[in-house]
Structures are given as structure tokens and as C-alpha cells.
Design a protein around this ligand. Structure first.
Ligand code: HEM
Length: 237
């Protein structure tokens, strides 16, 4: 018990919670981006009740996600487990970030005038504001594409239509693009400091660490921005 409460109270413990939940969330964002690439596959012909229909590949992918584990477990169960794990990771990630902020403030009761490294304060400010923008984005995104509450013409299960109709509204696409840029900065700084928190920071390793953080942040940001842009430019319709 005592090692756990010591770990939990220490800055290292909180940073480890942030790093481990960050890896999970990063994994989700990567897999989600790869899944969304099905948008570019377009539609294919399917015969349903003797009728030929053009079904988008991305709709089939959405159906697959809802059916994962069936028939061994009822449909939606695996999806709900994944949602609960993700939600727990988000809550712990934000809690740890908040705790680390409080710790760094209490360690520095009087604000430094000059001593604080410009680079460190820039990175931590970017992380905090980026985190807030990403949280607001995710709330909007769920109301937009999952529940359809804030969508102009939501059709349950028709992911392709929902994406095309959703991104046809230019200011919605603009908001998505801005949020993806914030996500890119957050991923870059997050991946970089995650290695530090997990104790993997040797000068010889830093070049590789920097390259890895840049590559993944750019990959996810550019791919995610491409979805609204593909709709706005008429490439996907
Ligand atoms: C432009 C980039 C993105 C696109 C085009 C996109 C698209 C979508 C779509 C279409 C859905 C609904 C899928 C369905 O109902 O089958 C969805 C769900 C979701 N997206 Fe995204 N997404 C993007 C970026 C993100 C990002 C950056 C995050 C997280 C930081 C995120 C988190 C989620 C979550 C949590 C769900 C709900 C999954 C569920 O519970 O069913 N998305 N996304």
C-alpha cells in the first residue's frame, strides 16, 4: 500500500501515469486514423436481398467495429469495453497532468522572473492549451459523428455519408483542421517527454527520440487533415 501511495504522490508516479495512458491514447489515435483511411477506398457493389447496392468500405468497417467478438460475445460489448478503457485513460491522463501542474507550481511558490527556461515554459503551455483544445474537439466530435446531435444530416451507420456531409460545412472542416494541428503539437511534445518520464533519455538516443516524435506527429496530423480537405476539394463526394 505504502509504495503505491508514495508512487502516486510522487512527480515520477504522476508522470508515469501520464506516459502510460498517453501511449494508450496515442495507440487509439493511430489506429483510428488508419481506420479512417477506408474513406479513400470508396464504394463497392454488394447484393442485398437480390438487389445490387453500392456500399462504402468505411461503412463496413464501422459495422465490423460494432460486431467485434460476435457471436462469442454480443455485438457492441467489445466496443463498450474499449470505450470504457479509453475514457478511463482520458480521465487519468488529465488528472495526472493537473497534478503535475500543481506540483510544479508548489515547488516554485514565487514565479521565476528570468530563470525559467523559455523552451520548457513554451512546451508546457503548449501542452496545457493543446490538451484543452483536444478535449473540446473530442466532445464536439462525438456529438458530430457518433451521436449525430450536432450533424446537419446524420444517418446511423452511414459513416461515409456522415463524413462527406459533415465536412462539406467549411467552418466545421476548419475547426477539425485547427484541432488536428493542436493534436500534432501535443503528440510531438507528449511523445518526446514520454521517453523522458519512462527513463529512456540518453544523449545518444535523443536524436532517434526526436525523429520518432516528429514522424508520428506529422503522419497523424497530415492524414487527419487530409479527410476534411478531400471532401472540401471534391476528391471524396
Ligand atoms: C479528421 C480526423 C478524424 C475523422 C475523419 C474522424 C472520424 C470519425 C468517425 C466517422 C467516427 C464515427 C465512427 C462510427 O460511428 O462508426 C469517429 C468516432 C470517434 N472518434 Fe474520430 N475522427 C477523427 C479524429 C479523431 C481524433 C483526433 C480523436 C481523438 C483525439 C477521435 C476520437 C474519436 C472517438 C473517441 C470516437 C468514438 C468511437 C466510439 O466510441 O464509437 N477522432 N471518428
Amino acid at each position: 500500500m505504502s509504495w503505491f501511495s508514495d508512487f502516486n504522490r510522487s512527480a515520477v508516479g504522476k508522470k508515469t501515469v501520464m506516459a502510460v495512458t498517453g501511449i494508450l491514447l496515442f495507440g487509439f489515435v493511430l489506429v483510428h486514423m488508419i481506420g479512417n483511411l477506408h474513406l479513400y477506398e470508396g464504394r463497392h457493389e454488394v447484393v442485398v436481398d437480390g438487389q445490387k447496392q453500392m456500399v462504402p468500405y468505411i461503412n463496413e468497417y464501422g459495422t465490423f467495429l460494432r460486431q467485434v467478438g460476435a457471436p462469442a460475445i454480443p455485438p457492441h460489448v467489445a466496443l463498450w469495453i474499449a470505450r470504457l478503457v479509453l475514457l478511463t485513460a482520458v480521465v487519468l491522463h488529465i488528472w495526472a497532468a493537473w497534478q503535475v501542474t500543481l506540483l510544479s507550481r508548489s515547488a516554485r511558490p514565487q514565479r521565476y522572473v528570468q530563470l525559467r527556461s523559455v523552451q520548457t515554459s513554451y512546451a508546457s503551455r503548449t501542452m496545457r492549451w493543446g490538451g484543452v483544445i483536444i478535449l473540446l474537439f473530442v466532445i464536439y466530435h462525438l456529438l458530430h459523428f457518433t451521436t449525430g446531435t450536432l450533424h446537419p444530416s446524420f444517418v446511423e451507420g452511414d459513416v461515409y455519408h456522415n463524413m462527406v456531409a459533415g465536412f462539406s460545412v467549411w467552418w466545421v472542416s476548419l475547426f477539425y483542421i485547427v484541432a488536428q494541428v493542436a493534436l500534432g503539437f501535443h503528440l510531438y511534445h507528449g511523445l518526446w517527454s514520454m521517453f523522458q518520464s519512462l527513463g529512456w533519455s540518453h544523449p545518444r538516443f535523443n536524436l532517434w527520440r526526436n525523429g520518432f516524435a516528429h514522424a508520428f506527429a506529422w503522419l497523424i496530423t497530415l492524414a487527419n487533415i487530409s479527410f476534411p480537405l478531400a471532401v472540401l476539394t471534391g476528391l471524396v463526394r
